[in-house]
Design a protein around this ligand. Structure first.
Ligand code: 13P
Ligand code: SF4
Length: 349
């Protein structure tokens, strides 16, 4: 439509005018109408690293969710500003660990486990949680380096508190050979440790959070694919439940999923368990393979989708007119502790 063309022209015009002064990272889960304009596409780790290396950029308009924009702000210089085209683009998983709850829970857990815990947080968490983890000697992880980071954490302390995604924590620890009966779940709402065995046996404490997108891939979806498409390989993101990962053929981060499909021969058959925009893009980019979503109803991340063409055009226009909106600025005391947690990961990534 005319309106779409105008918005696209606006985006292109500002990009042209600002040149190297503008950097526009786009997460793989973003809509096509947005990702077409991204200077770089990536998973959360790659986008964080790329943002930190854009020395010419004065403005980073982050096409992703709030915690990613915060991470970009933490890793960039004071004079570089990060903007989020729609402030409502949050992450329900990140919101499952707030700082007050976390500090309170930490005190209880350190009492229960006699100071033997190191905290790790998935990057899908607020800057305040990253700062808490950094202050307490811990680090951030992403889905692509969680196993290495968990190994590192066990070289530091006897036990790990893994925030905020219980599934990534459980799946990663399980892959490292830690049995399920050595993993406890901490429910921050009722402040209760869900665990049957003796406390000494606990190696990993999983914060009771989850991704509301990836939890929509269910055992029944796996069973349906096995019945309908016996030759199909199933690949899922480790934010899916243990049961679903167990029944799938492969699991991996956003990047690992993209790589697996790219390296597969023509005629391969795949059911993918991750966010809808990425699955649709992979389907479009690989007509030589037969690819479906593991859940036929598709699973969009509604907050990722809040960044759309109208918001992107508005954000860029306001920037070009010298009245930028939606700046993401992490307070410096929080940022410096959060940076410690990020740096402990980045030196190992
Ligand atoms: P990655 O980009 O690290 O794979 O994370 C997936 C995700 O859920 C992002 O919100
Ligand atoms: Fe958060 Fe899940 Fe959306 Fe990623 S897909 S931004 S973890 S809600």
């Amino acid at each position: 439509t005319m309106e779409t063309t105008e918005l696209e022209q606006k985006v292109l015009q500002v990009k042209r005018e600002m040149g190297e002064k503008l950097f526009l990272p786009g997460h793989h889960y973003q809509k096509d109408e947005v990702i077409q304009f991204a200077d770089a596409r990536g998973d959360s780790l790659k986008l964080a690293q790329l943002s930190a290396s854009q020395h010419e950029a004065e403005a980073i308009v982050f096409c992703g969710v709030h915690f990613m924009a915060e991470t970009a702000d933490i890793l960039t210089r004071e004079d570089q500003h990060v903007y989020l085209p729609d402030m409502r683009a949050g992450c329900s998983m990140a919101d499952m660990a707030n700082i007050q709850q976390t500090e309170k829970s930490w005190d209880r857990l350190m009492e229960l486990f006699d100071d033997t815990i190191l905290p790790l947080t998935y990057v899908n968490s607020t800057a305040a949680i990253k700062a808490f983890v950094g202050k307490n000697g811990g680090a951030t992880v992403t889905s692509s380096n969680a196993a290495d980071m968990l190994k590192w954490a066990f070289s530091q302390k006897e036990r790990i508190l893994f925030l905020p995604d219980q599934h990534l924590g459980r799946n990663t620890a399980y892959d490292l050979g830690i049995p399920l009966n050595q993993m406890a779940v901490w429910d921050p709402i009722v402040e209760e440790l869900l665990y049957d065995g003796p406390l000494e046996a606990v190696k990993v404490i999983l914060w009771k959070g989850h991704c509301s997108v990836h939890e929509n891939f269910r055992v029944a979806n796996v069973e349906q694919v096995r019945t309908d498409h016996p030759n199909m390989k199933i690949i899922v993101h480790p934010e899916c439940s243990r049961e679903v990962v167990e029944l799938s053929d492969l699991s991996g981060s956003t990047n690992a999923i993209i790589q697996a499909i790219e390296n597969a021969p023509p005629g391969s058959e795949w059911a993918i368990g991750t966010e809808m925009n990425l699955v649709n893009r992979i389907i479009q980019e690989h007509p030589e393979q037969h690819i479906i979503s593991l859940n036929p109803r598709m699973c969009p991340c509604l907050t990722m989708n809040r960044i759309d063409l109208p918001h992107l055009a508005w954000s860029l226009e306001s920037l070009a007119e010298g009245r930028p909106q939606n700046v993401i600025r992490v307070e410096s005391s929080v940022a410096s502790d959060a940076r410690k947690a990020l740096d402990r990961m980045l030196v190992r990534a």
